[in-house]
Design a binder for this molecule. Sequence first.
Ligand code: FMN
Length: 425
Amino acid sequence: MARSGRRGPSCHTSATVTGARSLTLRNACSTIPPVLRFLTAGESHGPGLTVVVDGVPAGVPVLREEIDADLRRRQGGYGRGGRMKIETDTVEILSGVRHGRTLGSPVSLLVRNKDHANWSDVMSPDPQPDAARERRRLRYPRPGHADLAGALKYGTDDLRNVLERASARETTARVAAGALARALLRAAGVEVRSHVLRIGAAAVPAGCVDWEALDRVEDSPVRCADATAAGAMIAEIDRAKKDGDSVGGVVEVIARGVPPGLGSYVQWDRRLDGRIAQALMSIHAVKAVAIGEGFAGGETRGSAFHDEILWAESGGLERPTNRAGGLEGGVTNGEEIRAAAVVKPIPTLLIALRSVDLATKEPQKASVERSDTCVVPAAGVVAEAMLCLVLADALLEKTGGDSLEEVLAHLEATRAQQRRLAGPR
Ligand SMILES: Cc1cc2nc3c(=O)[nH]c(=O)nc-3n(C[C@H](O)[C@H](O)[C@H](O)COP(=O)(O)O)c2cc1C
């Protein structure tokens, strides 16, 4: 049942075609394309961000309010800058949803940049007088941003051409797409949440933060479950802001209700731990990812690290600990999926670092764009979206199915089979 229809044909038909085309098709399949695919487009100050999500089964309940709620959470968090105050993101659904349910066709979403009105000539697709180009031209690359690498890649000395797309404004589209994936997962009994573990020197006390404690997260200005730690985090942000500096941190993203058996150990690119790590690492400013207590694994003995397997007559198989973060061998084992991501301090600084004028080669202070001080709380929301997209893809890979009804029927058959081995869970 897995891999039927949706992803198979182009790989399998490669054997029936000849010559160069056959090679092309086979090469195209050397890494497995996802079942649930999405592509975003749009610039930070262009008319808007768009995303096309392909592969969502028919019948998934989708409400605009729910997408908007996630967009609002992405825009919030203590330490955000001026832009968040002038823009409230809302989604427009352009295709793929009718009367509150997906159709099985590609879903396209649009989030308009409300600030675009002030940038229409600067960002115009049509030729403009020099004044429009010069008005928002950036020449002093900001260390830690894509400015210099992008300028060298595309051969431009106007860094505006780079930063408009490299900007984390793009994560708006990911969060909108993630809300669709979340709706599918919710129907399958899977929930995804996130919280902040650390901002600068302020951290929640060591130990696992329970799922129930996450109820408090959305009431916290820094999306932290521990009120004392949250206070210290706010103080860290205030200090950084006062100094014209920025501060990073660590978020944890958690999925509950994930069926065992998603992902695979049979090929490197099907391992779900690798796919989650890639998805989280692709978020702007994320510089390290750990699955479960991954970093502790480097300093702990095996006997104190691995999660034992017990049997209880009432509940079946049990794992008293979950240091593996719900993944063993690249496959979900039925425990909560837990992954942590380190978010670096954002690179736009009022106390600008040293840089160079790309036109004159003279030393200059790096350019300063309107900016946040700390984006760690928001990064957690983006991490949720990315985890939802990866898990929804892995679920569909496992179950196949063109409609939600088929997905759920296949999932129930899988769960029934697993209960025979693992007992009631
Ligand atoms: C939600 C979010 C918002 C961000 N906002 C800013 C910002 O206002 N200013 C800034 O300098 N960096 C911001 N960043 C980080 C940069 O986008 C990121 O550091 C930059 O694109 C370079 O990518 P890299 O850090 O992955 O190398 C933000 C990141 C996220 C996840």
